[in-house]
Design a protein around this ligand. Sequence first.
Ligand SMILES: [Zn+2]
Length: 286
Amino acid sequence: MAHRKKQFLSSLAFFALACFLSLAFPVLYPELRAFYAPPEKELPRIYFKVPVLCFHDLDGRGPYSVSRHEFRSYMEKIKEAGVQVISLRELYEAARQNQFFQKPSLVITIDDDYTNIVRVAAPILREYSYPATFFVYIKDIKGSPEEGMSWEDLNRIAGEGFDIQNHSFSHTKLSKPYPGESAERYRNRIIKEIILSGKVLGERVPSFDRFSFAYPMGYHNPQIAEMLKKEGYKVLVTTDSIPLDLRQPFTGTVHRYTIQKKFVKDPEAMFQLQLKYAREQELASP
Ligand SMILES: [Zn+2]
């Protein structure tokens, strides 16, 4: 009996000690309070920087070119980094409403490459279910698929959901007259590059809607931007390598990072930097 009583008393003492410790510890060691307090509801993260990538030729030759293999490996790296690919239109909608993304995001655009956007880029992008905007200029679009990239090809990929947008009529520098070019000739050239190109695209690609214009070789000035806005273009894209910051008011201009080999020291590091921008995050405000 005495043994039982002793056992009872010692468990009582143990229980009292446990109670004391659980109450005293958080007071004595405030840093331990986190273990006792119910976890605070975590605020969602927001991603506010969106890099826009600009690819060119996919034949692996020029300084702005990547091979088919390299293009696929870029797509894979985006996937591995957990970065979602959104369309330029989704970016525009978020930007004009100053909304943020719940996931790291980036946009893919491809300029110029007529032979390979349909035959190389589009199939790889389809495989990853990545949206993309293709900026094309009118002069080199062929009449039939046998001659190169044709209107028929463009309409086919537009039907698959890719966005075909304007990259001028003949890919000339829009920001100023060429040496010896008269004011009148310059004006006519600009009209052709900006207005006629949009008209032809609208006639040949019925889904085209004058949403975005990519400045040929990236040259731009405020007058050209004004003219493009008057024509109805909502997103003017440059090659000025700054990710879009959704915390800033939207100006209508979106800069892009050009994937390139020759003019950057470490192309891979530059690409990784874009992924890093996409992953910058903040806690959403409560
Ligand atoms: Zn171009």
